[in-house]
Design a protein around this ligand. Sequence first.
Ligand code: DOR
Length: 432
Amino acid sequence: MTTTAIKGGTVIDQTGTRRADVLVTDDGTVLAVGEGLDGDRTLDATDCVVSPGLVDLHVHLRQPGKEEAETIETGARGAALGGFTSVVAMPNTTPAMDCASVVREVIDLAADTICDVRPSAAITVGRDGESLTPMAELVKLGVRIFTDDGTGVQDDRLMRTALEYAGSLAHLSGGQPIVLAQHCEVNALSEGTYMHEGEWSSRLGIPGQPSESEELMVMRDIALARLTGTRVHFQHMSTAGSVAMIRAAKAAGLPVTAEAATHHFCLTDACCADYDPLFKVHPPLRTDADVAAVKEGLADGTIDAIATDHAPHTPQDKERTFADAPPGMLGLETAFAIANTHLDIPIESLLAAMSWRPAAIAGLQADHGGPIVEGSPANLAIIDPNTTWTVSGDAMASRSNNTPYEGMAVRGRTRHTILKGEAVVIDGEAQR
Ligand code: DOR
């Protein structure tokens, strides 16, 4: 057994904040937390927070099908560099993750990666909104989150049936909730649009989708959560109206949770002014007022989690015209820094939104996000919140380089990441 002492940092977890060293073993557990600990090797955590590893509910790793943009291995490497010890892979692969064989393939590809990649699965076969996937079989394989992400389930009755069905499956998951995560977008209002509908879309002559495209589906799914009693998780909430509805739904005690993507609290539709497809994303970048509402939602806990919606696309794809280029932007390696730079919330709240709350939503608490105590799993992020650096897409581990933050100065960076006791990132370098 080899031990590693993480020395000189400030431990922050859901139980509080304290100065302590952390001793981990390569069998994957925390051996001790306290003063003056020594191990076979030492990782310096001076000026750093030592947190449960970050957890991302929303990443696109493109495998199978689009390996030229990302693979599970390269995406996991980027995740580890960003301080993530677990990420939930979205099912809009080719073929879609809508059946046992594709989900098994993803699980196999993720077996030895330096971040714990968990598969989600589609709600509907082929994500085409017509018929439900074999959810029970997929739950037995370990799937806890179902989503047609990239598109929302348009049909009201099918969404109701999916919720009723999901609500009956907890006996197959050891009591862990099965979560239906929704990409809220009413196609009838968004078809043929490429950005947010507002002042900037008018100026640029780019067809825009109104906020109501998202909000009508948020409204419907809050109603369906009430009707069925099954939890709905709202993905990448981007409008002030959505945040207000989720706040009211929570106040009414409904089973809803929500995430915001990093770009939706620091970029606006004004970024599209030069027709640069790097700023094309779904849901689209919105207005200053929407950004302020998303930030407020994060500050008051209406929005539970920060996600990346990491969406790699090859340079060839992103160099097409604004209308033709695919939507999406990289996020894994910049997420903590963007949140730390742009949100005015205590670091404890930031880590809650990036670690223990998303871990709880995804049913990962046994492995990720839990308190750092003797005997707990050694999945940790050691982050210097004050170091500044400049973002470069080409320097990232991702196979793609479509970051919207190119050249931007940001604050906060992962120094080390520990996965199952192994130092998979040391001094900002992935070890394999
Ligand atoms: O911008 C986006 N890109 N939004 C999505 O919902 C899908 C994602 C992708 O897969 O590229």
